[in-house]
Write a protein that binds this ligand. Sequence first.
Ligand SMILES: Cc1cc2nc3c(=O)[nH]c(=O)nc-3n(C[C@H](O)[C@H](O)[C@H](O)COP(=O)(O)OP(=O)(O)OC[C@H]3O[C@@H](n4cnc5c(N)ncnc54)[C@H](O)[C@@H]3O)c2cc1C
Length: 412
Amino acid sequence: MSRLFQDHYNDALSQDEQQWLHRVRELCVDTIGPGAAETARNDTFAWNTFRLLADAGILATAFPRQYGGSDARQQLRIRLIEELGRVCSAAASMVTGADLSARAIVAGASGEVKQELIPSLCTGRIQAAFALTEPGAGSDVRGLQSVAVATNSGYVVSGRKKFITRASTSDWLVVVARCRRTATSGQKDEEPLVALLIPCNAPGVRIGPETGKLGWYGVPISEIELDQVSVAERWRLGAEGEGFSLAQDALVRARLGHASMALGRAIGAVEIAATYCNDREVFGKRLGSHQGVQWMLADMVTQIEASRALLANAAAAYDRGDPQSHIQASMAKLHATDLGMRVVTDALQLTGGRGYLQDFPLERFFRDAKLNQIGEGSSEVHKTVIGRDVVRRARESDRHPCLDANRLATDW
Ligand SMILES: Cc1cc2nc3c(=O)[nH]c(=O)nc-3n(C[C@H](O)[C@H](O)[C@H](O)COP(=O)(O)OP(=O)(O)OC[C@H]3O[C@@H](n4cnc5c(N)ncnc54)[C@H](O)[C@@H]3O)c2cc1C
């Protein structure tokens, strides 16, 4: 198979992992790619794509072997998601979403609960949704208002969640809420965050209608209302106070997923635009023979390759448990998703009116690209995280050798 973008990172994969990649590629070429336009025709859940991914064992790559998964390293997952993102955002989102929504179960549930749920999550027999965002808390989770009031046997949960992907098709919700003990005063700083598993059919859970959106058709979102929902203690994930760290752990992995999906789509967009540039003649020669067009393509592929390298480093850092891997994931997500939006916009420009039409894939790619800059921490949030880390680490780092070690830089 000859492709425009090369497999620089295959050496980092084992034989078994390369076979996984090969299988997903075949699936994308034979089924998911040719069917992607149909999958995204309406914003209803793409069950056929979901079943395909589940039956091929791709959803299970997020889960431990002990419970029926294949526990793929992030270095493999980013490659699989890139492949899927190259053709179909819904498919890529299902693979990142399976991880995001269930990661807190893997990391925080009791052995008994894991045994009960994870095998069915692996096969797609059941689904979970990750419910963090609220009307008053998106970028800033300190605004969370949902409350889990502790009782003798568990919790009673009330609140509203917004923009929750696959809530309408899920069996379980992973809900992050403030944990209130009657002894506390109700002050927010006395209410540590707790993560709870709640069945979607529990009394008091209301999943709202699917909300119309710009792109990512095939993976709908809904609001959720929780009205005095009783949750037994066995469904708590981790300890009280671990809700934030469990969510963060899930989000770091999901950020690598967003970055891979955005890069896959950007790769696909360049492939499509470059083909158009070869097929189309303007001013007596191929569109792709014009220097201005070549320079645009050169910028796109160069930046995509730089971003793939950044992402590969971030995934490797995560796999080896590097404590800075969350910052690297933020950088990879920021870079890949902003770049992805630019590349898709330029690719559409290169294909002129053809690119703007609904029957051409770039129209869909263009609409899908925006969400990667918003979900799982927007670009601005990641800049804040990265910038804060730079300032902190600069304080702890050796001074630059051209500076006087014993003088403040301001006294220079
Ligand atoms: C299609 C879709 C699917 C989603 N799926 C899920 C899901 O499954 N589960 C879930 O919990 N959530 C989900 N979300 C929510 C998503 O994670 C949030 O939309 C995102 O975190 C941003 O929060 P917000 O929309 O409230 O934006 P806000 O927090 O209101 O921010 C608005 C804008 O201001 C910017 N901004 C915020 N703070 C600053 C600052 N300090 N400096 C500069 N700029 C700033 C932001 O970057 C953003 O551009 C989904 C959202 C969408 C649209």
